[in-house]
Design a protein around this ligand. Structure first.
Ligand code: HEM
Ligand code: HEM
Length: 230
C-alpha cells in the first residue's frame, strides 16, 4: 500500500530541541576549553548543560513519544546484521544508527561526569573535585582528556553517516531532525506518527525542570578547594 499522506511527524519537539542543544553544548564545550583562560567558566557551563541533556535524553527514552523511546529503536545484534544485509529501515533510528545514538550519549555522559571531578591545576575544577582524593581526581582528569578523541571520532562518524545517507542513499534525514516531519516515501507504509503537542511538551518541561534542579544541586556542592579562585 502506498503511503500518501503529506508528511509524518517522527521527531517530537523536545527530541529535536534536545538534539540541537546537545550538539551546540558539545561544540561549545570544545571551543571554550580550547580558548582556555576565562572561557573555562563557559566550558563548565556547557559541560554541565551537556550532562543535564544526557540525563534528560536517557529519561526521555522511557517516557518520550514513540520514536524517541529506546524500546522502539534499540535492537539486538541480529536486527543490526539483518539491516546490514539490506533489510528495510524502520521509521526513526535504524538498528545501526541506534548504536551510534547510544555510544554518543554514553561517551558524552562519561565526559561530563568525569569533568565534575576534573582539575586543570590552575583555576578551574569540577564541582565535585573536592570530594575525591587527588589521585582519583587525576585519573578522572586524564580520562576526561583522553575521551576527547573518542568523542571527536564518534561525532565524525555521525556526520559521515549522515552525509552518506544524504548523498549516496538519497535519504532525507536531516530535514526531519529540524522540522520533525519525514516524507512518507522515506518511511515504511502505514508508519504511525509520533505524539507531539502540548501534553508532550509539558511532560518534557517537567522533566527538564527536574534535571535542571539536579544539575544545579550538583554544582552547588562545590567546596572551595586549595587552588580554586572561584
Ligand atoms: C557535536 C555534534 C553532534 C552530536 C553530539 C550529535 C548527537 C546526536 C544524537 C545523540 C542523536 C540521537 C537523537 C535522539 O534520538 O535523541 C543524533 C541524531 C541525529 N543527528 Fe546528530 N549530533 C551532532 C551533530 C549533528 C549535525 C551537525 C547534524 C546535521 C548535519 C546532525 C544530524 C542528526 C540527524 C539527522 C539525526 C537523526 C539520525 C536518524 O535519523 O537516525 N547531528 N545526533
Ligand atoms: C560535553 C562535555 C564536555 C566536553 C566535550 C569536555 C571536553 C574537554 C576537553 C577536550 C578537555 C581537554 C582540553 C585540553 O587539554 O586541551 C577538557 C578539560 C577540562 N574539562 Fe571538560 N569537557 C566536558 C565537560 C566538563 C565538565 C562538566 C566539567 C566540570 C564541571 C569540565 C571540566 C574540565 C576541566 C577542569 C578541564 C581541564 C583539565 C586540564 O586542562 O588539565 N569539563 N574538557
Amino acid at each position: 500500500m502506498q503511503n500518501n499522506r503529506l508528511a509524518i511527524r517522527i521527531w517530537d519537539l523536545p527530541t529535536r530541541l534536545f538534539h540541537w542543544t546537545f550538539a551546540f553544548c558539545v561544540i561549545g564545550a570544545f571551543v571554550s576549553v580550547k580558548l582556555g583562560g576565562l572561557y573555562m567558566d563557559w566550558h563548565v557551563r556547557f559541560g554541565c548543560a551537556a550532562l543535564g541533556l544526557v540525563i534528560f535524553r536517557l529519561a526521555w527514552g522511557f517516557i518520550g513519544p514513540r520514536y524517541a523511546r529506546f524500546s522502539q529503536f534499540v535492537r539486538g545484534p541480529s536486527a543490526v546484521a539483518a539491516y546490514l544485509r539490506g533489510a528495510a529501515a524502520p521509521a526513526g533510528h535504524n538498528p545501526l544508527g541506534a548504536l551510534s545514538v547510544l555510544a554518543l550519549l554514553l561517551v558524552v555522559g562519561l565526559q561530563a561526569a568525569s569533568g565534575l571531578f576534573a582539575t586543570d591545576d590552575i583555576m578551574t575544577q569540577g564541582p565535585l573535585y573536592g570530594y575525591v582524593s587527588e589521585s582519583v581526581a587525576g585519573a578522572l582528569t586524564s580520562w576526561h582528556k583522553l575521551n576527547e578523541w573518542i568523542i571527536i571520532a564518534l561525532v565524525a562518524l555521525h556526520l559521515l553517516a549522515i552525509a552518506w545517507y544524504a548523498l549516496v542513499r538519497r535519504k532525507r534525514i536531516v530535514g526531519p531532525m529540524i522540522t520533525g516531519n519525514a516524507d512518507p516515501r522515506d518511511l515504511p507504509a502505514g508508519t504511525p506518527p509520533a505524539d507531539d503537542g502540548p501534553a508532550v511538551w509539558l511532560r518534557a518541561l517537567l522533566l527538564g525542570a527536574c534535571v535542571w534542579a539536579l544539575v544545579a544541586w550538583i554544582r552547588s556542592l562545590e567546596v572551595v578547594a586549595g587552588m580554586s579562585f572561584s
